[in-house]
Design a protein around this ligand. Structure first.
Ligand code: BGC
Length: 450
């Protein structure tokens, strides 16, 4: 397939084209109008683990500039707008009293989306747990299900009259692994015991969230978003193959299989999993972790080559970086491999009981240069051409694939990479908040118009 000649028309009339963003990465206004602190506010202040020691206090100031940003999304031709709800803006203590100003903000945002012909798609949880809940154990606490139930119920009751599309959880594998096992993300916990509780509570809350939304909104279309990365053994040797299989469990299988009713993944060579079953008495929970999602969101940022490494506890695997293998990669070192993305789409579809797939995020980080009012991000354009061709191929082969949301509209706070890792279709000068549409943004506009 010639990746440069495809256009949005090839995907059919009902295909959703959108952009995605999240509260913690975009909103800023971190202490305004009664918002409570999130784990990211505190992590950024205390951990020393964020590049440049930057903080998500202002981000790209979406809280004040949402009208302009929505106009930009519309101008580029998008018709779906995915955003997340900041839990601590709605419930500053995590539970307890509702902050009316928080509800009012999202009401305005939703109304503005509708005025601009942008279908709002809400993510309930995109990694910014209220700090007050982290103090009580956060995702490791069995109370999480109660807390999450309250937050979800408030959201669906407040916004469900105008919002049809919901994503319960963004990449549970990402926030549990990075936040509760390796400590690179908030809340910065390291080790295995907390990690396993976090996995289990996130798996339960994913399905609970689906049930809660369904019970409060009959018209809701409910999904949840998983990360996925093909894991390729460094060499076709047993040790490396086993290492790849373990990494595959963590990166790809850990959450989708319970959500589809299959229970936690099994791998005879991975004793870690037995620990998880023992820890959570998971066999009791197989039904509770399942929900009949209307769509599964998939997000693929890289494929991974791994080799056996006995120093790494349990998983015994470590990455062989793309840069050392001389293969194409983004400026974060993440391998660019659209064929591998195509294989992951097929693999998720092949579970058999996935009703529909939406690519709920896709994008790449490059060191963009703003020169004379122009950002010529050719590499990002090439990236989208290849990845969209992969989506189209899978769709044409029968995968019920119904949308693609670019990550992301504007440059924003890229978690532990701070403000220097740019993913946007629109450049942001973080000193002045000036927006400049990158060439990839213009490319998308053209692509969507044809
Ligand atoms: C997350 C986004 C993040 C992106 C790029 C995804 O895993 O959902 O919040 O910005 O990856 O790192």
């Amino acid at each position: 397939m010639n990746t440069t000649t495809i256009s949005a028309k090839d995907f059919g009339d009902n295909f959703k084209w959108g952009v995605a963003m999240s509260a913690a990465q975009n909103e800023g206004a971190y202490l305004e109008d009664g918002r409570g602190l999130s784990i990211w506010d505190v992590f950024a202040r205390k951990s020393g683990k964020i590049k440049g020691n930057t903080k998500p206090t202002e981000c790209c100031d979406f809280y004040h500039r949402y009208k302009d940003d929505l106009l930009l999304a519309k101008a580029l031709g998008f018709t779906t707008f995915r955003f997340s709800i900041s839990w601590s803006r709605i419930l500053p203590d995590g539970v307890g009293k509702v902050n009316k100003a928080g509800i009012a903000f999202y009401n305005k945002l939703i109304d503005e989306c509708l005025i601009n012909g942008l279908e709002p798609m809400i993510t309930i949880y995109h990694w910014d747990l209220p700090y007050e809940l982290e103090k009580k154990g956060g995702w490791t606490s069995h109370l999480m299900r109660k807390w999450f139930e309250r937050f979800t119920t408030i959201c669906v009751n407040a916004f469900g009259d105008r919002v049809q599309h919901w994503i319960v959880m963004n990449e549970p594998s990402g926030f549990t692994t990075l936040g509760y096992m390796v400590g690179q993300h908030a809340p910065g916990k390291i080790g295995f015991d907390g990690y396993m509780s976090a996995i289990h509570n996130a798996a339960l809350c994913t399905a609970d969230g689906g049930r809660i939304i369904r019970s409060h909104s009959s018209k809701a279309i409910i999904g949840t978003a998983f990360s996925c990365s093909e894991v390729i053994p460094y060499k076709e040797e047993l040790l490396h193959i086993k290492a790849a299989a373990k990494a595959d469990v963590i990166l790809n299988r850990m959450f989708i299989e319970p959500a589809l009713g299959l229970g936690y993944p099994e791998d005879p060579d991975f004793p870690f999993l037995e620990k998880l079953y023992f820890h959570s008495k998971a066999w009791k929970y197989t039904r509770q972790m399942q929900f009949d999602f209307d769509f599964i969101g998939i997000q693929n940022y890289f494929s991974l080559t791994v080799k056996h490494n006995s120093i790494i506890p349990y998983i015994n695997a470590s990455e062989v970086k793309a840069s050392t293998r001389n293969v194409p990669h983004t400026d974060l070192g993440w391998e660019i491999n659209a064929d591998s993305f195509y294989r992951m789409i097929k693999r998720f579809w092949d579970y058999g009981n996935v009703k529909s797939i939406i690519v709920t995020e896709g994008g790449a980080c490059f060191k963009d240069q703003l020169k004379n009012g122009v950002v010529n991000d050719e590499k990002r354009i090439a990236y989208y051409q290849q990845y969209l061709a992969a989506v189209l191929k899978a769709k044409n082969e029968g995968v019920n694939l119904n949308g693609y949301l670019a990550w992301t509209l504007t440059d924003n706070f890229e978690w532990a990479f701070g403000y220097n890792a740019r993913f946007g279709l629109i450049h942001v000068d973080f000193e002045t908040q000036l927006r400049t549409i990158k060439n990839s943004g213009y490319w998308f506009r053209n692509f969507l118009k044809k």
